[in-house]
Design a protein around this ligand. Structure first.
Ligand code: SF4
Ligand code: SF4
Length: 135
């Protein structure tokens, strides 16, 4: 099942005052999150320390910032949203590495995410119908 923000416990705040939640114990479509190695790895040879990854990942707080080395730290890898690669897309140096899309789709199929999503949509449709909604 997809993650509902409020299900993840608060574990603190970061240097910007952004709340940090722990998403690592919330299963992804029924599969324990920590069994899915979808998270960023940094190539520090390429990284120029711009900070865009750290500042962009504000909802999941995967990164901390090392002010001495002026580099990101992948502090909470399993907070990364499975399938998201926004920070890698934005990185000006292509210094953020993720598993391949083919790997991602293997996990999708293992989790039966498509069938579960369809079922969920059907349930929601029924709920909307009963409530007389139009969406
Ligand atoms: S966005 Fe890329 S270059 Fe900038 S700090 Fe992150 S990894 Fe380094
Ligand atoms: S891929 Fe998305 S959730 Fe994961 S670290 Fe990057 S911005 Fe955060």
């Amino acid at each position: 099942m997809g993650v509902i923000m409020s299900e993840a416990p608060m574990i603190g705040k970061d240097i910007l005052g952004r709340p940090i939640r722990d998403y690592s114990k919330i299963p992804w479509w029924g599969v324990p999150r920590e069994e899915i190695p979808w998270y960023p790895r940094i190539d520090y040879e390429r990284c120029i320390g711009c900070g865009l990854c750290f500042l962009t990942c504000s909802g999941r707080n995967v990164y901390d910032w090392d002010f001495e080395k002026n580099r990101p730290i992948v502090a909470r890898p399993y907070n990364c949203m499975v399938g998201c690669n926004t920070c890698a897309n934005l990185c000006p140096r292509d210094a953020i590495i993720f598993p391949s899309i083919a790997e991602l789709r293997k996990w999708r199929d293992k989790a039966q995410a498509v069938a579960k999503a369809r079922k969920k949509i059907e349930e929601l449709k029924e709920k909307v119908r009963k409530e007389g909604g139009s969406q």
